[in-house]
Write a protein that binds this ligand. Structure first.
Ligand code: PDD
Length: 291
């Protein structure tokens, strides 16, 4: 069986076997979900948009007032070492930093001497099968019950977890989060809508995670002259959409063809989503060839 996590993992300055990697139960990540994370896709052993992922990590750390324990160069070295040691060409690198373990439980920040916990590992990149891509996936809509700083990639993901579980129990792949009548994103993805030939993307506000894949898609739409509007999408527009896609570092671009039990458009992945998927593959291959 393919292991989910490659050995070694990185923990607080050391590379060691997962079975030997331990943290204190007083770690604030465990007690409070007080930490941040990143998921970076790796193609042919090259991390995709690493600089952008590391700057989002930095922005999230700044957003929760936690000093970055490592500079960009050190993170890059860690990511490269994990990639080299893992057995797969295509991988997903997970990075996490928490506010560390104090000797007591107190909501307020620990004393300045308490070091953050930094953890990272490589796993195989699980891609969508051609069969699933051909049919698209089903999704449900749920009320967005998250906090008001969804732009920060923090590990406190309980509302996302519950939304995704609701989707799974409904036999669906994703839950689309609706707040005040507007589509924000998915439980673990950004959402795009095609309506009357125009690609609609919700704007980057504090109520949506600024996806790295989202940026690539906007750039590709602009580079190919595809009509694009970055604006709020209301629930009615979502339900009248010709195409709906979910996007993320691990899912890339995946058509949602059923929403709340009803077909999206004609119930098949649409032509524009297919085109964007192709542009995305071409872009990935070009970037990878260039190194
Ligand atoms: N999730 N929105 C949310 C809430 C997400 O959790 C993610 C990614 C995205 C897409 O961001 P990106 O394109 O940078 O992957 C949007 C990751 C993959 C996860 O939590 O596993």
């Amino acid at each position: 069986m393919t292991p989910y996590v490659a050995d070694p993992v990185y923990l607080n300055g050391r590379f060691l076997a997962l079975a030997e990697a331990g943290i204190s139960p007083l770690d604030r990540g465990f007690l409070y979900g007080d930490g941040v994370y990143e998921v970076i896709p790796v193609y042919s052993r090259r991390p995709f948009r690493l600089a952008e992922h590391l700057s989002r990590l930095q922005a999230t750390l700044a957003g929760i007032q936690l000093a970055n324990p490592l500079d960009q160069a050190s993170w890059t070295t860690i990511v490269e070492k994990l990639i080299d040691a893992a057995p797969w060409a295509d991988q997903s690198i997970y990075l996490q930093v928490t506010r560390g373990a104090d000797n007591k439980r107190d909501h307020a920040f620990p004393s300045p001497g308490v070091p953050p916990t930094a953890f990272a590992f490589a796993s195989p990149l699980v891609t969508t099968s051609p069969e699933v891509r051909a049919t698209g996936v089903a999704a449900i809509t749920v009320a967005d019950q998250r906090w008001a700083r969804c732009d920060l990639k923090v590990i406190s993901l309980l509302a996302n977890v519950l939304a995704r579980q609701q989707a799974v129990e409904a036999g669906c792949a994703e839950a689309l989060l609706i707040r005040d009548g507007y589509l924000k994103e998915g439980a673990a993805s950004n959402i795009f809508v095609v309506h009357n030939g125009i690609l609609l993307a919700p704007p980057k506000t504090q109520l949506m995670l600024p996806g790295i894949t989202y940026d690539v898609i906007i750039e590709l739409a602009q580079a190919h002259g595809q009509p694009l509007a970055i604006r709020e999408i209301d629930e009615n527009e979502l339900r009248a959409a010709d195409e709906v896609w979910m996007t993320s570092s691990t899912k890339e671009i995946l058509a949602i063809t059923t929403l709340d039990g009803r077909p999206v458009g004609n119930g098949q992945p649409g032509p524009f989503g297919e085109q964007m998927w192709q542009w995305y593959q071409d872009f990935k291959n070009t970037v990878m060839r260039k190194g």
